[in-house]
Design a protein around this ligand. Structure first.
Ligand code: SAM
Length: 324
């Protein structure tokens, strides 16, 4: 079992399969920051080996993310291989949804049961403004097809940024209710390349919750995947509303995860730029025992918490590099 010195059991890894993305979300990507050279990116066999070793250490949950995982050739193959690793009981995916409509059947056949789709606006023109690409309808189609294929839950991740999309809070609540999906509002976080980052752009979850409660009847709900989201059922719908509050509250006590970045670094805490190079070991003939010891030591030293509530320190790398 992987346990840190604060008795948190680490049973979840998030794997960034690429730093590349087909969208250019203003708050995530800056054109001046180049993509990593291909040789730096972990190959599938290296990811599969890493996950297998983690599974032998007790990891049971994996999320594939990026960059955009669905632009990677053979992503369903990777998903299937990971799904077949003994000990892995839950595999999920975070995507911008653009290629989901056309790939969801293959992904489901490979073992995908649930999906998280990022969507920050319900206005087509604003979508194009935020992402730089006119593909709003394709994302909606991806959401619809995922529901039709029986993926459950279908979660919509929405980053709320003051003056950017906060006029759509109630529209998203209505979307959850009408589409029977889980909409999770995520606080804007201090990461990487974007020049948009500024403390004043954060909208605390509490304010969003109050606004929605003024219109919809919300009842506390169980978070079936033990994640950091505080979840609510909406009366009269199968849809749920959730709040992920990495800035305005502590989610660190519950943290059960580490990250594998696209260039093969283990990042034990999202909010700390300290990373450890496991690619070097994977590529230099290290045996499984050495890699297990390496991972064990990293987990043991996982930081206790990010910083105090409300404090923000900008991290160097964008989420597209780390794996959001
Ligand atoms: N391309 C996939 C997607 O769009 O879901 C996966 C990678 S993306 C980096 C993962 C998530 O990180 C997205 O939901 C995105 O909105 C979120 N994200 C990126 N930068 C962020 C920031 N500064 N604060 C909060 N969320 C951020």
């Amino acid at each position: 079992m992987l346990m840190d010195k604060f008795n948190r059991v680490i049973n979840y890894i998030r794997v960034s399969v690429t730093d590349r993305c087909n969208l250019r979300c203003k708050y995530c990507v800056n054109e001046d920051f180049p993509f990593l050279p291909h040789a730096e990116i972990l190959r599938y066999e290296e990811i599969i080996r890493f996950v297998r070793i983690c599974a032998e250490l007790g990891v049971s949950k994996v999320r594939l993310t990026g960059g955009e995982p669905l632009i990677k050739q053979g992503i369903a193959f990777l998903l299937k291989e990971i799904n077949m690793i003994q000990g892995i009981h839950d595999i999920s995916l975070t995507t911008n949804g653009v290629y989901l409509g056309e790939k969801v059947q293959e992904l489901k056949e490979a073992g995908l049961k649930r999906v998280n789709i990022s969507l920050d606006t319900l206005k087509p023109q604003r979508f194009t403004f935020i992402t730089g690409v006119d593909v709003f309808d394709r994302v909606l189609n991806g959401i619809e097809r995922s529901k039709d294929m029986g993926l459950n839950p279908v979660k919509i991740n929405t980053v709320m940024i003051k003056g950017f999309n906060d006029d759509e809070i109630l529209d998203f609540a209505k979307f959850a209710k009408v589409w029977d999906v889980d909409v999770r509002f995520i606080e804007f976080m201090p990461f990487g390349e974007s020049t948009l980052w500024d403390n004043s752009k954060i909208i605390p979850s509490r304010a969003i919750e109050e606004m929605i409660k003024g219109v919809y009847k919300l009842e506390p709900s169980f978070n079936s995947h033990r994640g950091p989201a505080k979840m609510f059922k909406i009366r009269g719908s199968l849809g749920k509303i959730g709040f992920i509050s990495p800035v305005s509250s502590h989610i660190c006590e519950e943290c059960n995860r580490i990250r594998l970045t696209s260039n093969g670094m283990i990042r034990p805490c999202l909010f700390s730029d300290v990373e450890y190079d496991v690619k070097k070991l994977l590529r230099s003939g290290a045996d499984d025992q050495e890699i297990k010891a390496f991972i064990g030591n990293i987990v043991r030293d996982k930081p206790e918490r990010k910083y105090e509530i409300g404090q923000v320190k900008k991290c160097q790398r964008s989420l597209r590099n780390i794996g959001g």
